[in-house]
Design a protein around this ligand. Structure first.
Ligand SMILES: [Fe+2]
Ligand SMILES: [Fe+2]
Length: 399
């Protein structure tokens, strides 16, 4: 081995041979094809670095006994394996291999069996492969077509290294976001709620029975890739425009968490029996509640109070098209508050949101900005419902 190019060719050739060896070994164990290594084939650089270490030992201790050289190979290659494991953990927070269940391991990064395996590979290299590898290194540099193929492999190697580091960086971001999410007490509450507590809610609202874990992982993935974050205005606009609540992503789950005790109540669920605008009172209340929740987030208001007050703002529990309620528009806010007060412990802000939502038709003025917000959202949502009803009537006439 004369110059840098010889060493680099040896490194790349042994990285490819190492990939072939490890992929074959793991494929036989798994009984299916496995592309081993972080780079996604056909390179596993640790074998290339291992070959360089063995070659260095042989160069420096050329006239020493083979046993001494192999002992040195075992020590150096085991140290290399330890350092590579440490590097991936420090740089990407990833543990690529774990020997913690193996006999005589150090922090799961290296173990006796694999150290002996390195010694065996060193023996194969020195006793069987060395002269053939030298011949291959020479011929690659001497035969032009092999030189071109080698350059292609070098380019491929560089691309693989860059793309795999970028991929590992993304994985690290996902893992960090995931861990942060799980540390959040709200998230733990939702996990608890999603799987154990509120079977009644899940039965009442079948759409909630989406794959909870899938939604969660998609959300984590989205956040990891979109540092610009979440847009509550867009979300609220979409809810009001379509006139229906959404159950699509993580924030939606947090919204349902803020009203979970109200939704679990059978009287609240009975709002689905009363016609209201173009749907049921419960559908309308959920739309106003969810849109208010997102807009409260956008304006830095108390979003839980907005969500809870808005869910009960039309809690009057009758069909207002019934002839028995001629002054519905001016009286139903007071009736809704009376009903809500009867079944739930409300704070002052939630009471105010319910009582004032029909202003200026009612004479009670807002005490809180949250009440103004819900009242406006209710007017927008109701206007949208009325336009939808009118267009429905025109469609019916057109038929
Ligand atoms: Fe109302
Ligand atoms: Fe309303």
């Amino acid at each position: 081995m004369k110059g840098f190019l010889d060493w680099f060719v040896l490194f790349l050739v042994c990285s490819v041979l190492g990939w072939m060896l490890e992929s074959t070994y793991r494929s036989i164990l798994a009984k299916k094809p496995i592309d081993s290594g972080v780079l996604g084939g056909p390179f596993i650089p640790i074998y290339g670095f291992g070959a360089l270490l063995v070659e260095m030992v042989d160069t420096v201790f050329r006239y020493h006994h083979l046993g001494w050289k192999l002992a040195l190979c075992i020590i150096l290659c085991t140290t290399l394996e330890f350092l590579v494991s440490l590097f991936y953990e420090a740089a990407f927070h990833l543990r690529l291999w774990d020997y913690s269940k193996m006999v005589l391991n150090i922090h799961g990064r290296v173990c006796l069996l694999y150290s002996l395996f390195w010694g065996f590979l060193g023996f194969v290299y020195l006793e069987i492969l060395q002269s053939q590898l030298f011949w291959l290194v020479d011929i690659i540099q001497d035969v032009p077509i092999l030189g071109v193929i080698f350059i292609c492999f070098t380019v491929m190697f560089v691309i693989k290294v860059i793309s795999s580091f970028s991929r590992l960086g993304t994985l690290r971001a996902i893992k960090t976001t995931l861990l942060n999410q799980f540390d959040d007490p709200d998230i733990q509450h939702v996990l608890h709620m999603g799987f154990h507590d509120n079977r009644r809610i899940l039965v009442a609202f079948p759409n909630l029975i989406k794959s909870f874990v899938d939604v969660f992982l998609q959300e984590v993935n989205r956040r990891a890739h979109l540092p610009t974050g979440f847009f509550p205005f867009r979300k609220a606009g979409s809810i009001l425009f379509h006139g229906s609540p959404v159950y699509d992503d993580w924030e939606d789950w947090l919204f349902f968490l803020s009203i979970e005790d109200l939704l679990a109540n059978e009287i609240v669920q009975s709002m689905s029996n009363y016609r209201h605008h173009n749907g049921s009172a419960l559908e309308h209340a959920l739309v106003i509640s969810q849109a208010s929740w997102y807009l409260a987030e956008a304006f830095g208001l108390d979003k839980d109070a907005c969500a809870r007050g808005a869910l009960l703002h039309d809690f009057f529990l009758y069909d207002w098209r019934d002839e028995k309620h001629p002054h519905h528009a001016t009286t139903h806010a007071g009736i809704a508050l009376k009903n809500a007060h009867r079944y739930f412990n409300l704070d002052e802000m939630e009471k105010d949101i319910i009582l004032t939502h029909m202003w200026p038709l009612s004479d009670t003025f807002f005490k809180y900005r949250e009440s103004v917000l819900v009242s406006l959202v209710d007017k927008v949502g109701s206007t949208r419902d009325i336009f939808s009803m009118i267009s429905g009537v025109y469609e019916d006439i057109a038929k």
